[in-house]
Design a protein around this ligand. Structure first.
Ligand SMILES: NC(=O)c1ccc[n+]([C@@H]2O[C@H](COP(=O)([O-])OP(=O)(O)OC[C@H]3O[C@@H](n4cnc5c(N)ncnc54)[C@H](OP(=O)(O)O)[C@@H]3O)[C@@H](O)[C@H]2O)c1
Length: 289
């Protein structure tokens, strides 16, 4: 089956991508299973992989996930040039008192250094899509965004995006980056709807909205009641409720992309079907209540 594609900047790529984070952080599967999961997604037609400089276990080797993505692509027999690989800079991992956490460093010089390291780990001269991972409270946002513009000018990134932003930060970044800004990656799911305004603004701007943890994330205990309407519709349609969640998100706008995570082939193969799942206006209205 051909998977649904959408326009993301200068790329035409699958509306459902594979979020690769879980393949390299706490709770990760074996290396072999991680590679099999990426290969299964690619074999099924997925052409959108999402990674980050900071996707490694706290206390572990940096850039593990970017290296995994490069190795999985190298050993995949399909058309590698069709695959959009997005990565992010501006985050790192902490491991103090035995507790893993995420740290932010979006100083311009470090964003530029990390982006070059990302390109090297991915084995490319130019990164397809590079996100500024998160605003750094210690650094004026405008300065971090200017570093992203520099990275495009220097040919380190073909296109840039921003992540974990408010409407105000999106407007500021647009002011600095203009047409170079092609995507916003924010958290969005039935249990996290705070990004609705940002989603609307991306539609007005004609840029992509890429939903992270679109199923609510794999690490948190979720408020399962929020998924009940999706479960009911899924039962009636004979599909997984995760497919209905992803299809509902994609129906919020032609600019929306989703990045479900997976630790094994079965889950991403199921999620990839969501792009083709049609929901009627009545069904969408019921889910939007
Ligand atoms: N920009 C940012 O700051 C940021 C932050 C967090 C995440 N992200 C991105 O978002 C991606 C996804 O996030 P996430 O993994 O936290 O959350 P998620 O996609 O909401 O949830 C992943 C979980 O859902 C399960 N799942 C996925 N598809 C399924 C299906 N069709 N049927 C049943 N279960 C299914 C997976 O199961 P299995 O474990 O059984 O495979 C996994 O446990 C990350 O990989 C990363 O690329 C970005």
């Amino acid at each position: 089956m051909t998977l649904t594609t959408r326009t993301l900047g200068s790329f035409e790529t699958t509306a459902v991508g594979l979020g690769c984070m879980g393949l390299s952080i706490e709770g990760k599967p074996s290396r072999q299973q991680a590679v099999e999961t990426i290969h299964a997604a690619l074999d099924a037609g997925c052409r959108h992989l999402d990674t980050a400089w900071s996707y490694y276990e706290s206390g572990g080797t940096e850039q593990t996930n970017e290296n995994l993505v490069r190795e999985a692509l190298a050993s995949w027999k399909g058309p590698k040039d069709e695959v959009l690989v997005a990565t992010k800079v501006g985050h790192y991992r902490n491991f103090t008192d035995g507790k893993p956490s995420w740290g932010t460093d979006a100083r311009p010089e470090n964003l530029i250094r990390r982006a070059k390291e990302s390109a090297m780990a991915l084995g490319v001269d130019t990164i397809d899509l590079l996100y500024l991972h998160r605003p750094d409270p210690q650094v004026p946002y405008q300065e971090s965004v200017q570093a992203m513009a520099q990275l495009v000018e220097d040919g380190i990134a073909r296109e840039v995006g921003i992540s974990n932003v408010s409407v105000e930060q999106l407007d500021m970044a647009r002011g600095v980056l203009g047409q170079k800004l092609v995507a916003v990656q924010n958290q969005f799911s039935p249990v996290f709807l705070d990004s609705r305004e940002v989603l609307r603004r991306t539609q007005q701007m004609g840029i992509a909205f890429v939903a992270w943890s679109p199923l609510g994330g794999f690490r948190k205990a979720l408020d399962q009641s929020k998924f009940e309407p999706f479960r009911q519709l899924a039962q009636a349609k004979g599909v997984s409720y995760q497919q209905v969640v992803l299809a509902w998100e994609l129906a919020l706008g032609e600019q929306v992309f989703v990045l479900p995570g997976a630790h094994r082939p079965q889950t991403i193969l199921d999620s990839l079907q969501a792009g083709q799942l049609e929901l009627s206006q009545d069904e969408l209205a019921a889910l939007n209540q």
